[in-house]
Design a protein around this ligand. Structure first.
Ligand SMILES: Cc1cc2nc3c(=O)[nH]c(=O)nc-3n(C[C@H](O)[C@H](O)[C@H](O)COP(=O)(O)O)c2cc1C
Length: 268
């Protein structure tokens, strides 16, 4: 499956069929995670965890005993780097037919952090279950999806802009990049808030975070993780179209109307 199709078919999976994660799938996922980098060059340590061994649980997950989690030092841009790399892992798992769900809140966090042997200065922002999707979602999962409108996304022109924040971008004006922006639009985010905004200016795309209140817990800003996910979708999709990119952090100084600059890609 190519990246654009994988991005389109992915959804959070919270109801699994009860089959144990196959050893070869677990092996492929952990090996992929270990080498999956991020443009910030920040290392992340990954572990696949057995919930029975460590007493792990999440009130929204049923039908699997396997989780993946990552930890890292709390350094500048840790969140974006985590979002970028973890999303690569989620999409890789999807390509294997293994379902996943980003979980930042609905988990027994103490048990996960203990299982990850967090030391001082380390953070474990999110975990994900891994397993094979059940044919039917639990009632709880269906209700949850409805509650957060998980199947919807903001419109293209509400997220992407043409030259400045004053002019919404159209798919026509985006040209070859329209499919890439669409891949960004479909990205998962905490409570489906979709905080990413992007301005196409010449051959550069500048990403911004439109913050909602209450997502920065003092240790990390969950919406910066969402930004890392959006950057990941952009880079994977644009590279799949054969367009080379350079990642840079260089604020172009646009009037961003309360959004905060994150990073840019120069497309060649
Ligand atoms: C950083 C992050 C944290 C999330 N935390 C949770 C969580 O704690 N519990 C949960 O059930 N879903 C969580 N989600 C999943 C989102 O609710 C989901 O991605 C969004 O509603 C869109 O649905 P989709 O992934 O099926 O497209 C999280 C997603 C992200 C990106």
């Amino acid at each position: 499956m190519n990246v654009l199709d994988t991005i389109k078919s992915r959804r959070s999976v919270r109801t699994f069929d009860g089959t144990a994660l196959r050893r070869d799938d677990a092996q492929k996922i952990i090996e992929f995670a270990k080498q999956a980098g991020n443009p910030y060059g920040i290392p992340i340590e990954w572990r696949i965890l057995d919930s029975k061994e460590y007493g792990l649980s999440s009130p929204v997950i049923v039908g699997t005993d396997t989780y993946i989690a990552g930890k890292m030092h709390r350094v500048p841009h840790a969140e974006e780097a985590f979002g970028f790399t973890f999303e690569k892992v989620v999409l890789f798992a999807e390509g294997l037919g293994v379902g996943a769900t980003w979980i930042a809140g609905t988990m027994k966090r103490d048990a996960f952090e203990k299982a990850m042997a967090l030391s001082d200065g380390e953070v474990m922002p999110c975990v994900s279950p891994l397993g094979y999707p059940a044919k039917k979602m639990s009632v709880r999962e269906s209700l949850m999806r409805k509650g957060i409108k998980a199947d919807g996304r903001l419109a293209f022109g509400d997220l992407f802009f043409d030259g400045s924040f004053d002019k919404p971008l159209t798919a026509d004006a985006a040209g070859a990049l329209a499919r890439v922006f669409e891949a960004v639009r479909l990205a998962p985010s905490a409570v489906n808030k979709q905080p990413w905004r992007a301005v196409l200016s010449g051959n550069k795309v500048h990403f911004y975070e439109k913050r909602s209140g209450g997502y920065d817990n003092g240790v990390w800003d969950i919406q910066k993780i969402d930004m890392g996910i959006a950057l990941c979708h952009f880079e994977l999709a644009v590279n799949e179209l054969g367009i080379k990119t350079e990642f840079e952090i260089s604020d172009p100084g646009f009037d961003a109307k309360n959004a905060v600059y994150t990073a840019s890609f120069r497309c060649e």
